[in-house]
Design a protein around this ligand. Structure first.
Ligand SMILES: Nc1ncnc2c1ncn2[C@@H]1O[C@H](COP(=O)(O)OP(=O)(O)OP(=O)(O)O)[C@@H](O)[C@H]1O
Ligand SMILES: [Mg+2]
Length: 293
């Protein structure tokens, strides 16, 4: 395992641990914040208004440059939303804002209709059920596929203690289900380091799924994959749709064509167009700034 991968893994583990600690800590915060914290429990996201995620008039500047500019967007529960747009459009920054990594200068960001995400820290947001997949796979290469998935369930124990961590029967069932979902049931005892790039990506998605996230944010998930891996990833995402809400950023148009319902085109930090892929592909403005390159 390369040092930076180890570092990434350790950082993620720390995030899980901090998340749990933060959740426990919320109850002591008192007053209004404690009321909101009560909602920060899985299964308590209020989607009765038909939205799992809602952003309104969000802006953020870096050194005077508006990376996100009055962006409004909402996603329905169970939806698989694709986000496309030129380099620098603000796609990754959008995910940074949803996950609490970047604070917007203005605007609103809600998870369901009641949870104001701008009140929470990155680890708390992860704990609430928003999982994020970065482009580079960050699995523990010296552990098996099974152990990686098992580790994803652990929250407040040291890495070494994971070896004696016992799954309960519901967790075992979940792990078996996830192994099947990510097409790795034949590789449960293989070291993650021996997996292909695509398989490592699936394993990392599996680690997110172990937490049963409500919303999954996936940034360029098929970059570097073979055509066959890309096709299987499309099947995987389509199988997740409905059970989870997904926001997928990709430049691979044939992948987008396979998985998409509604596509949002970002440009200069705002929504330039939205609709089916066919609709946005025939939009002159989209052709000019992105597809026509
Ligand atoms: N932390 C930061 N500090 C300064 N500038 C930033 C920061 N994060 C993003 N930017 C700038 O904001 C703009 C949007 O970047 P972002 O990474 O969100 O684009 P993107 O749509 O994900 O592009 P790509 O398709 O290349 O991944 C870019 O001009 C980028 O340089
Ligand atoms: Mg990006």
């Amino acid at each position: 395992m390369t040092p930076d991968l180890m570092e990434d893994g350790a950082r993620r583990l720390a995030t899980y641990q901090a998340g749990l600690a933060a959740q426990g800590g919320n109850t002591a915060s008192g007053g209004r914040a404690a009321g909101f914290a009560r909602l920060a429990v899985p299964n308590e996201v209020d989607t009765t208004h038909g939205r799992i995620l809602y952003l309104e008039d969000v802006s953020v500047s870096f050194d005077g440059f508006k990376a996100i500019n009055n962006l409004s967007l909402d996603i329905a529960p169970g939806e698989l939303r694709c986000i496309i747009g030129p380099n620098g459009a603000g796609k990754t920054t959008l995910m940074d804002i949803i996950t609490g990594k970047t604070r917007p200068d203005s605007g609103q960001v809600f998870f369901g209709s009641t949870i104001d995400l701008l009140r929470y820290k990155e680890a708390e947001i992860a704990q609430m059920g928003i999982g994020r997949k970065f482009q580079k796979p960050t699995v523990f290469e010296q552990l098996t596929v099974f152990e990686n998935l098992e580790l994803a369930l652990k929250t407040n124990k040291a890495v070494t203690a994971s070896m004696i961590f016992k799954l309960d029967s519901a967790q075992s069932d979940r792990l078996a289900e996830v192994l099947h979902t990510i097409h790795l049931n034949g590789s449960a005892s293989s070291l993650a380091g021996y997996l292909s790039h695509g398989q490592k990506q699936w394993l990392e998605i599996g680690m997110l799924l172990m937490q049963d996230p409500k919303l999954l944010l996936l940034d360029e998930p098929v970059a570097g994959m073979t055509d066959e891996e890309t096709e299987r990833t499309a099947e995987l995402f389509l199988s997740l749709k409905g059970k989870h809400s997904l926001m997928v950023v990709e430049h691979d148009m044939s992948f987008i064509n396979t998985i998409s319902d509604i596509v949002t085109v970002l440009c200069d930090g705002s929504v330039l167009a939205q609709g089916t892929l066919a609709q946005v592909q025939s939009d002159e403005r989209v052709i000019e700034v992105y597809l026509g390159r």
